[in-house]
Design a protein around this ligand. Structure first.
Ligand SMILES: [Zn+2]
Length: 188
């Protein structure tokens, strides 16, 4: 299981040797991320215990001007709640990021550069937090099943607006259409 952070000495070794690490992280260990996650749909055949696979590739600085970088690949399958039918749906996670490792106090001030930089402090690199940040920024804002798979789209029990309800609905622009007709000079 992925450690909470990678210490400075270890980080130097990993980048120096251009190490590739593969590990797994459990959704249960990601306090912020897990609140968005629901159990996977049973028929999906995927297992909740599978976790999320993480591949970390450390690269040393190419020359003095470049900082060491970390290439992160995160993949796996988790369950999200469909925002249309509120049933679980599969979310295939596939994240690829390249981040520059910056020592505390030497973080770039330029906002554009900050985007792809990550801070290394006295403790080292907070790797689990970093993975969680990547997952949180990749999560879809309004996840929805494909229309053909969505319960609402296929279910007969879904509420259907009746004629009467539609008739009684507020139609704020009904009068406006009449007004526009009158004002249109081509109709005169
Ligand atoms: Zn749905």
């Amino acid at each position: 299981m992925l450690a909470e952070f990678i210490g400075v000495a270890q980080l130097n070794e990993l980048t120096g040797r251009q190490t590739v690490l593969t590990d797994q992280v459990s959704v249960d260990d990601l306090q912020r991320f897990r609140q968005y996650i629901v159990p996977l749909p049973e028929k999906s055949g995927a297992s909740d215990a599978a976790g999320i696979n993480v591949r970390l590739r450390f690269r040393s600085a190419g020359d003095e001007a470049l900082q060491p970088t970390l290439l992160i690949n995160i993949n796996g399958v988790v369950g999200l709640e469909c925002q249309r039918c509120l049933e679980p749906m599969l979310w295939q996670v596939n994240i690829d990021s390249e981040l520059r490792l910056c020592v505390s106090g030497k973080m770039p001030e330029d906002e554009a550069e900050l985007v792809d930089a990550v801070e290394v402090d006295d403790q080292g690199l907070h790797i689990r937090e970093l993975i969680e940040d990547e997952l949180l920024s990749a999560i879809p804002l309004a996840p929805k099943h494909a229309a053909s798979e969505c319960e609402v789209a296929t279910s007969v029990a879904a509420p259907v607006e009746t004629e009467a309800q539609v008739e009684g609905a507020h139609k704020p622009f009904t009068g406006l259409a009449e007004l526009l007709k009158q004002d249109d000079p081509s109709k005169n």
